[in-house]
Every structure is written in structure tokens, then in C-alpha cells.
Design a binder for this molecule. Sequence first.
Ligand code: NAD
Ligand code: DAU
Length: 331
Amino acid sequence: MRLLVCGGAGFIGSTFVRLRVRDHGDDVTVLDKLTYAGRRENLQDVESDIRFVHGAIEDPVAVADAIGDAEAIVNFAAETHVDRSISGPEEFIVTNMQGTHVLLEAARERGLRYLQVSTDEVYGSIEEGSFTESSPLAPSSPYSATKTGADLLVSSYFHTYGLETLICRGSNNYGPHQYPEKLIPLMILNALAGDHLPVYGDGRNVRNWLFVEDFGRGIGHALAHGVPGEVYNCGGPDECDNLTVVRKIIELTGRDESLIEFVTDRPGHDRRYSLSSAKLEALGWRAQVRFEDGLARTVDWYRENDWWWEPIRSGAYREYYERHYGRALNA
Ligand code: NAD
Ligand code: DAU
């Protein structure tokens, strides 16, 4: 298949590109703005198999240049970190909402299939049970509000213009190449460095963990087999609270609990996410990686790939970290 993958230099997008090139022989063009989270390094092993265009999804000229003869657009491009959306929502509105609109217009002009990569956070928090695709949308943060706005716009293009749209909502991903502002890579790298492990609030917020390759396969599955106009949840096989995640990382890195530090909670912090994936499973997809195994693989990957994270930890990330956590990272 000929694909335009937007945001393909990020964590999940690059995993998806790798899967599509290696397992499906797809012809892939990546369009990516290369924000702090987008890195050519994420694609270095498939660099010669793809076309890369440096540009923003909110820029119609860049989109027209990248689109070529693509048969479908898969949109990963987004500002993705909840904490950053709380301190500065503007970029989230531009990328997540305006950018999605530009891509939808490009797909409409050319009659392309369009898959929007979305998140369980659009449903808000759930105390018990799991969200289905018909659960009400109740986002809590500027990040999830802009993702929800984008989802609604995507659906409107199906209903109004008959565009072949799909929405695939994932739960919390983890795995290689995840930027270390997110819980799991942050805790792994801090633990390896003997640095403090900053747990928000009481540490009892629960996330539904999904290994990144399972999400990549789920998105590919929805793209190939999904019914236009439909939404598909794609959740991980295991749920775990943050404190338990951190304790597992301490064990895997040979550290001790004295590194844990409880810090001020995130404003509006969602307590629990949980997705039912029955609809995507009915199409034949299943998560293959259990959390225990995926976490051990992830710790090993970060331990063995300091070439990937060392430039991040010694660069602008240090300033972000100091501003956000009010203390410096270990050198
Ligand atoms: P990421 O932050 O690692 O990567 C985002 C990518 O988008 C980067 O390559 C960045 O350069 C690019 N980008 C940002 N703004 C852009 C713009 N205006 N134009 C073009 N490119 C731009 O994100 P991720 O964790 O890989 O998430 C990818 C998608 O999956 C997002 O849409 C996110 O909402 C969704 N999602 C993420 C998770 C998760 O746990 N990480 C779970 C469910 C859904
Ligand atoms: O659920 C899917 C979403 O998962 C994606 O849509 C988002 O793009 C992605 O960032 C992620 O959002 P979360 O807010 O759940 O992920 P994060 O890694 O930021 O935090 C996970 C949990 O860990 C959350 O309860 C907050 C907590 N946390 C996070 C950080 C960074 C801490 O306790 N300490 C921290 O330092």
C-alpha cells in the first residue's frame, strides 16, 4: 500500500513505519515537523526504504508536497504530553486540531482513506469497567480536549463528505524510542542514573499498558479491515498503577525504593484509563505482549541504547526537566 504517515518520526509512528516496511512491503512517505519529540534516529534502520519530508501537517503546501500518489493517510502527528499541554496549550490546538483539518481537506480533495490515531484519554477517567467506542467523550486536559476535537472533525468528514475515515484509540503505549518525558522511559533512565523517581500524587493512578508494536499492528489492522466511519479501541492486556510500575522498574534496574519521591500531583489528573478492545478483536487483532515481558524488553532496550537517549538527556530536555520538576537531572 502507498501510505503517507504523518508524525512518523515519533515514538509510535516510527514503530508503525518499521512494521509496514518490513512486514507489508508498503511504500511509505513520512511527513514530520521534527519537534523535540520527532527524531530521524527513530527511523535510521528504514531510512533507505522510505521518503522523508520535513514539514508540518498544518501547512497545506508541505502536505501537498508529501502526499504524492498515496492511497491513504495515517496521522500520528500530534503534541502528545499532557504536562506540556497544561503549561502551554497553544501548540496543541495548532497541531492536533488545525493540522488534522488540513490533512482531512487533502484526503477529501483526493478521495483518500484516512486513519486518525487517537487516544483513550478522549473518554476521560473511569473508576470501574472499561470504555467502549460508544462511551461518552469527556476529555480532562488540553491535550485530550484537542484530540477529542480532532476525532469529532474526522467523524464529521465521514458524515458530511463521505470520506473513508477510521479512528483508532490506543491506551498508554510503552517500548523502545519513547521520549523520556513519559512515565516509563523517564523512570528507567532516572533509575539507571541513580536519580530520584518523581511519582505524582499518591501513585495510585491506573493506566492500561500497551506495547508499542501491538498498537502499530492494531492501527494497521484497522486500516486494512476497519469499516469507514467507525472508531476502534486498541487497549493493552494489563492494567497497573504508577507506583507498581515504578517498583517493577526499580527491580529490573537493581535499584531500591529510596529513589522514589512523591511530588505535587498533575492538575486534573485522570485516575484510571481502561479500554475494551472487543470491536478490534472481532476484526482479528489481539495484543501479543504482556506488561511484565514488554517492560523487561523496554528496560533492556534503554540499557543498551545510550546512543539514542544520551543526546536527549544532555540537551534541551534538561531545561524542561528543571522547569517541570524544580530540580536538575543528575549529570
Ligand atoms: P510523539 O510525541 O513521540 O511523536 C509525535 C510526532 O509528531 C513527532 O515525530 C513530532 O515531530 C511529530 N509532530 C508534532 N507536531 C507536528 C506537526 N505539526 N506536523 C508534523 N509532525 C508533527 O508521540 P507518540 O507517543 O508517538 O504519539 C503518536 C500519536 O499516538 C499521537 O497522535 C498520540 O496522541 C497518539 N497516542 C499516543 C499514545 C501514547 O501512549 N504515547 C497512546 C494513544 C495514542
Ligand atoms: O492514555 C494514552 C495517553 O498516554 C496518550 O494519549 C498520551 O499521549 C501519553 O502521553 C499518555 O498520557 P499519560 O498522561 O497517561 O502518560 P504519562 O507518561 O505522562 O503519565 C503516565 C502516568 O504516570 C500518569 O498517571 C502520570 C504519572 N506520572 C507521569 C510522569 C511524567 C508520574 O507519576 N510522574 C511523572 O514524572
